[in-house]
Ligand binder design. Structure first.
Ligand code: NAD
Length: 355
């Protein structure tokens, strides 16, 4: 099969880590007989330098014409003083909106080989954990009616959380399908003891659970979920939740893995075209030094194979190559704690060797 992949290398370490993922995809293509065609587009600071704006129209059109899109990271000190609408990060919201991406998939996986990186007690995490957070991305309080007005006690401000049945159904469907591909366990997180929007959320999720009898679906209140994530993260398989709860819980979950350079993400919409990117930023402090950990971006490419192209075996091959390399004790500088470390290119070579 032939797949057209848009590449948004971006700024800082973006070009280095995207190039690593491209090399891994090319090796997978060779091994399994697929052709991946890569087309680069400018985004972020590099686009500001060339065109004066962070998200040129040609980038949007190119991404919409691709089968899927891989992004490095954007931003850096050079562009930090620009006004908000011209900041590199503005391009991220712009491209997500243009591609109609309403789902954010954020896996938080602690590899047993990296258990020492986790800030939680050893007996909690010695066997690692593997959680997939499915966050609604375009609704809820971040997009609801808001304002500032004169109230009973003077100036007041408000934001509104509103979810339609359609929005809940479509995100829950992604989560049930993801659970089917994994451990068949789904935890829906809400605040149904207080919020009306959460009560609708819970009702719709329960109705949909009838369509997925093979998936064990339970509810959890968000305050309890925040506690359970640090008390016993192994109890979770797939989590589905609203935009704001997902924002907070996915950051909490990534922190308890202790290694920002390892975590991929995917944003999806109605089509199979997605936007895949590491959760970390452009790491300007190590840019251009061949020091960055490429694994988060390589695993983002593995997610692309699975969620956009349905290439399960090929995706698994990348994930297990990463597992093998970690189990061999190989580390980039961010995880080496001063011991000898592999460069970005060497780590990529090792992953390719172990495919
Ligand atoms: P950051 O994630 O770029 O870096 C935080 C720390 O983690 C740094 O010490 C960095 O060296 C390290 N780090 C991050 N990724 C690494 C990797 N793959 N390998 C090794 N070490 C890694 O966050 P920051 O410093 O707060 O932000 C830097 C820039 O990135 C800012 O301009 C910010 O706006 C931007 N940013 C972009 C995105 C994105 O493009 N999605 C996300 C977050 C931040």
């Amino acid at each position: 099969m032939k797949y057209n992949i848009g590449l948004l290398r971006g700024d800082g370490i973006g070009p280095e880590i995207v190039d690593s993922a491209v090399r891994v995809l090319e090796a997978v293509g060779k091994k399994y007989g697929h052709e991946f065609v890569f087309t680069p587009y400018d985004i972020g600071g590099v686009a500001i330098d060339k065109y004066g704006i962070p998200l040129p129209e040609a980038t949007v059109e190119g991404c919409l014409a691709s089968d899927s899109v891989l992004l490095g990271a954007v931003g850096g000190p050079k562009w930090d003083t620009l006004p908000g609408h011209l900041r590199p990060e503005k391009a991220l919201l712009g491209i997500r909106a243009a591609m109609g991406l309403f789902t954010n998939l954020r896996p938080a996986k602690l590899y047993p080989a990296l258990a020492g990186e986790c800030p939680l007690r050893e007996d909690i995490v010695s066997e690692g954990f593997d959680i997939m957070i499915v966050r609604e991305l375009t609704g809820g309080i971040y997009f609801g009616e808001r304002g500032v007005r004169e109230g009973k006690y003077g100036e007041e401000a408000y934001d509104t959380e509103c979810y339609s049945r359609m929005e809940i159904e479509r995100i829950a469907r992604v989560a049930f399908e993801a659970a089917r591909l994994r451990g068949k366990k789904l935890t829906s997180i809400d605040k149904a003891n207080v919020l009306e929007s959460s009560r609708l959320w819970r009702k719709v999720v329960h109705e949909m659970a009838l369509e997925y009898p093979d998936v064990e679906c339970t509810d959890m209140l968000v305050d309890n979920a925040a506690m359970q994530l640090v008390r016993n993260p192994r109890q979770f398989d797939v989590i589905v939740t609203s935009n704001m709860f997902g924002d907070i819980l996915s950051d909490e979950a990534s922190q308890i893995t202790g290694s920002i350079g390892m975590l991929p993400s995917a944003s999806l919409g109605d089509t199979t075209r997605g936007l895949y990117e590491p959760i970390h930023g452009s790491a300007p402090d190590i840019a251009g030094q061949n020091k960055a950990n490429p694994i988060a971006t390589i695993l983002s490419a593995a997610m692309m194979l699975l969620y956009s192209f349905g290439l399960t075996e090929e995706s698994d091959a990348i994930v297990s190559a990463v597992d093998k390399v970690l189990n061999m004790g190989l580390r980039t500088a961010d995880l080496a704690h001063g011991k000898p470390a592999l460069t970005t290119v060497e780590m990529t070579d090792k992953i390719i060797e172990n495919l």
